[in-house]
Design a protein around this ligand. Structure first.
Ligand code: SAM
Length: 400
């Protein structure tokens, strides 16, 4: 299985920043659990949790590293058709609801992992958040990691309320030019909370960002928690944006029909990234019992131009592999529908086809699918293979 190893140098930079605040493992674990309760909706929502230094420390030590790797999945999908698109050029990105800079750090980490001839010459980054303290951390952490990674990085903080201030301040944010990338990680769910029209509010923010911030060939990356309700809300936002006709979806969807996951209450679509967490996250997970063996999240990669129609043999894996007696099954999405594909366990699978190792979120090529009543089965001569997973390891030291 391909595993993303959290970079030791970034873990050290985060430790150093959080270390200035102070540490007591038992109290830290309590605070992480308090944040977890807040994020999963246990108890009343407190939108101002970022004001508490104790909760900010807990966020830095746990949720920041947990969120950093998630953007690499949509970023890899974005650059897959033209990996050298920013080679030798400046890439401009803005992170909406940046917190301490998780998505921007993920972007820097992703860029460092590109082969040197494909890397942008410079990253011009804007971190936007309502919290002054978060912006201070974002600026320091991204600046420090950029320098450590040997990247030319410029970070500007912009304090603004994405709901109340954006009409005046989005044009200001784009004053030096529009952005190749607009990132929004784990923020739509906060903006939408408590509003009866939460999906409309989130979709309005994404539309405004597309209209006022995004460069013509740019892309919007939205990451949300992998919880059932937050993921399903993101599917609803997707359907609303596609109906409005302003944006197209490049990933994870291979079609623009209404999201099939919304057809049944029990379904939602997430990606699942295998990772090796930094030691500090492992220690917190042990104390709290929070499980982060792999990173589960929902995401959307959106752009103004549609992607080329995918080959009819391409599907997105939208479930874990289900182990039944004598058969493995997996749910796949494409062409506006979810299907179930099974493979009998007896017999030898074709070379290069490894059904058991498929993960949620994989893009796969399937050959030899046969209809069997309401499901499909992989023929004896058939094959299912993941396509170009995101690069998982940062470049070796010698490449930097
Ligand atoms: C869960 S954190 C996500 C931080 C970071 N993007 C990540 O993925 O780790 C949500 C962030 O959104 C910010 N936020 C929430 N509502 C906001 C609003 N109305 N305007 C600006 N920022 C907001 C919060 O201050 C917080 O930093």
């Amino acid at each position: 299985m391909d595993v993303y190893h959290f970079p030791a140098d970034l873990a050290q930079i985060i430790d150093d920043a959080a270390g200035e605040i102070g540490e007591d493992p038992a109290r830290l674990a309590e605070r992480v659990l308090a944040l977890s309760d807040l994020f999963v909706g246990r108890g009343d929502w407190q939108g101002d949790y970022g004001r508490s230094p104790a909760l900010r420390e807990a966020y830095l030590r746990y949720y920041l590293p947990v969120n950093v790797p998630k953007v690499r999945t949509p970023l890899a999908a974005w650059l897959a058709p033209d990996p050298g698109r920013f080679a030798g050029r400046t890439l401009r990105a803005i992170d909406l609801g940046s917190g301490p800079g998780s998505a921007l750090l993920g972007l820097c980490d992703f860029v460092r992992g590109l082969p040197p001839p494909q890397r942008p010459q410079k990253l011009e980054l804007v971190a936007l958040d309502q919290s002054y303290e978060n912006l201070k951390h974002a600026q320091a952490l991204v600046g420090c990691f950029g320098a450590r990674a040997g990247l030319a990085v410029e970070v500007q903080p912009l304090r603004l309320d994405l709901v109340a201030d954006r009409a005046e301040l989005f044009p200001l944010a784009a004053a030096h030019g529009r952005f190749d990338l607009v990132l929004a990680a784990n923020v739509l769910c906060e903006i939408a909370r408590g509003s009866a029209a939460h999906v409309e509010r989130a979709a309005a923010l994404v539309s405004a960002a597309a209209e006022e911030l995004l460069a013509a060939r740019g892309a919007l990356v939205i990451v949300e928690p992998g919880l059932r309700e937050t993921a399903r809300d993101l599917h609803r936002v997707r359907d609303r944006l596609l109906r409005a006709g302003v944006l197209h979806v490049l990933a994870p969807c291979l079609h623009e029909a209404p999201c099939p996951a919304l057809g049944a209450d029990r379904d939602w679509c997430i990606a699942d990234l295998a990772w090796e967490p930094p030691p500090a996250v492992r220690a917190i997970a042990r104390r709290t019992g929070l499980r982060k063996d792999s990173l589960k999240f929902s995401y959307l990669l959106l752009a103004r131009d549609p992607s080329r129609a995918p080959a009819p043999t391409r599907w997105r894996v939208v479930s874990d592999v289900l182990e039944l007696k004598g058969e493995r099954r997996v749910y796949l999405c494409a062409d506006g529908r979810w299907i179930v594909l099974g493979q009998l366990k007896r017999g030898r699978p074709p070379a290069g086809s490894d059904f058991a190792r498929l993960r949620r979120g994989d893009l796969v090529e399937v050959h030899g699918m046969e209809a069997r009543g309401s499901i499909f089965r992989l023929a004896a001569h058939g094959a299912i293979r993941p396509i170009a997973p995101p690069p998982l390891a940062p470049a070796a030291d010698g490449d930097r």
